[in-house]
Design a protein around this ligand. Sequence first.
Ligand SMILES: [Zn+2]
Length: 464
Amino acid sequence: MSAALHRQTELSEQLLLLYELGYSDPYMHHISGTFNFKSHPDLLDDSDLPLLDIIAVCLTSGRPGDVVAVAFDKCEGICLVLAKHGPVLPEDETATNAFFSQVKAASSWMDLLPFLFSHSKANIEKQLLRLSQMTIDLFSDLQLEIATYLDKSESMEDEFPKSKAWRRFLYEDRQLTIKCILDDILHISRDESSAFNAQTNKASYTEYARVFGAAYTLLHSRFLDMLTGVSNHNISLKLRAEKLKRRLGKVCQYSRLDKLIKQMKRFPDIPFRWLRDDLKGTGEGVFEICGEPIEAIERVLNIKLSLEQIEKITQRFPRLLDDWAQYRSFKTCVHAELRIILHFSSSLPSLSPGKLGAYQELPLGCSKRSCLCCTLWIEAFNETTKLLWTTSGSHGKSYSNWALPGNVQGVAAELDKYLMDATWTRLVDILERVPRIPRRQEDIDDDRIVQAAFDRIKELSGQL
Ligand SMILES: [Zn+2]
């Protein structure tokens, strides 16, 4: 086995372990390479990032593993560059042509429902199902909150801005109280979202419009602002309300297509191309799962575990052995975001950081938030090149199908090492919280190991 394949096997095994141990890094949004629009809502309208995100969301089917990334190539004119996890298929080309021709002809994003219900059916249904599940979880708490909230009620427009059309669609000229409307929203979000079947017919579009309107109205309501705001001291409810807000945001994201429709009226013929670059030296391939999870943990900790230690691990992670047994092999691929970055890395002049000096922002749209490894890799790559590839967020989870991208002249090995150190450090950190697992003296040096990798990357970048 070559050194590169050995590295990939080791990394994939550790990523699978991280996944099975339930790891996700909640602080990914603090690092360079992700942009938190929640903290800077004023920048939302000026950035290309939300526009690129929604293009990527529309072009994914929503089936597992179908992730799309997109960026502008502004080197010679403007062109959209698209990539996905794994190979591009002829139907991706067909769907992209259909999408842009329908955007050109549309006057509102609702005109795109036939495309979305056909191409992104799985995604649309998944978003509504998750909204329903979240509403079920919060239902009784929200009903109690509505009851006490009534005393503070404002006018209808203050309470539900931008929702006049939906209220007229639902209630015509009937006058209802804020309590009744909030109650209706809860029932629609819980009941009508749960088994929504996106069909390309008028009845299905109307059904969707009811749920979308309810989600949009709640998302912009003062009621939800109050639940997620600093004045809400019920932390458990506040956190769950924030999660509900994210689910509502997912359902409502398609309304951003109105901006794309407007842009395409001005620039109707922006070309696009899917990347089919044949990447060299990557960790793409099919790999066997090596042995039992306990063996994998022993390799990570570099110790032979006693029976007592194994028992403590299986008590702490009761599903680990059964879940692991389901895996036989895994197929790795270079993730869509990195395919785009690698494509540009050979042409962007900024790979000579000496000439550039300052960071240059490059928005990178994605159909879902980036994974742990993509985010860490983008951070290290940005550090090296003084580029600022920016996605709109990371969920901080690890996936064993993540392939080392190699292919970055001069710094691939250092980036690989950085990724492997960062993954290993996180694993050791989780495992050492299990009782009876000894804390190793050399772990104290982890930060220095990571810093050393960064220093080497910087040193090498000066030689490019
Ligand atoms: Zn990724």
